[in-house]
Design a protein around this ligand. Structure first.
Ligand SMILES: C[S@@+](CC[C@H](N)C(=O)[O-])C[C@H]1O[C@@H](n2cnc3c(N)ncnc32)[C@H](O)[C@@H]1O
Length: 208
């Protein structure tokens, strides 16, 4: 892992209502680490991007601005997150291209850059509110991560990249092995140890 002399990604403008503050995952350490990883380790030409689970919308907005993209899309299962992401995009003079949607369902296009900061916490979100779906990833925190691993090959263009956040409790070694089984090569490009969890950002590409 190369972590020396990182450039810090510029954070786009965003704001939120009381309802959004209550129901949307707002930018946090993992969000900023993900943007820093994209900013420092995206070493391919990117013409299009997809973010799964944009929450506040700052990551897809940063990506669209930084790579000057005309083709980008975001989708979230949380309607309030969809609304906030579209507001963040518009606030930064971009088109509101976020839709309500579950992971890769009914996507018929491949993207050069695919981004996911999943609900990675260990625990269940059964009968919990919508904000918990932003956090809780089931028994080992892998519910949505495993869906992403299975589908990534079908949505990342040849020569393209994906960036995904995970924590130690998700079993990083096993995640890399599972990507490998799906024909994708994954490596950790950034890490940050917090008191509560050990964040990792994985860079994923088609096996050569
Ligand atoms: C940890 S938050 C990350 C939000 C934002 N990307 C960030 O980095 O701050 C996870 C987001 O994924 C969304 N999400 C969870 N499962 C999803 C799925 N299957 N398809 C689309 N979005 C999903 C949640 O609603 C939430 O907004």
């Amino acid at each position: 892992m190369k972590q020396a002399k990182l450039k810090q990604a510029p954070v786009p403008e965003y704001d939120f209502t009381r309802e959004q503050q209550k129901n949307v995952y707002l930018p946090d350490e993992d969000t900023f680490l993900l943007m820093d990883a994209i900013y420092n380790f995206c070493d391919v030409k990117v013409n299009s991007a997809l973010e799964i689970g944009p929450g506040s919308g700052v990551v897809i907005t940063f990506t669209a601005l930084n790579f000057q993209l005309s083709t980008y899309k975001a989708r979230d299962v949380n309607p309030t997150a969809v609304q906030m992401t579209n507001e963040t995009l518009v606030r930064n003079k971009l088109s509101p291209n976020c839709e309500l949607g579950d992971m890769f369902t009914d996507l018929n296009q491949k993207y050069d850059l695919v981004i996911f900061n999943p609900p990675y916490c260990v625990g269940t979100c059964e009968s919990l509110g919508v904000i918990d779906k932003a956090l809780s990833g089931g028994a080992n925190g892998r519910e949505q991560i495993d869906k992403f691993i299975k589908g990534a090959r079908g949505v990342v263009s040849e020569g393209g990249l994906a960036f995904m956040v995970a924590i130690s409790a998700n079993d990083i070694k096993d995640i890399i092995k599972c990507f490998d089984n799906e024909g994708m090569q994954a490596e950790v490009v950034l890490e940050k140890k917090l008191p509560s969890e050990h964040l990792h950002v994985l860079k994923i590409q088609h096996q050569k």
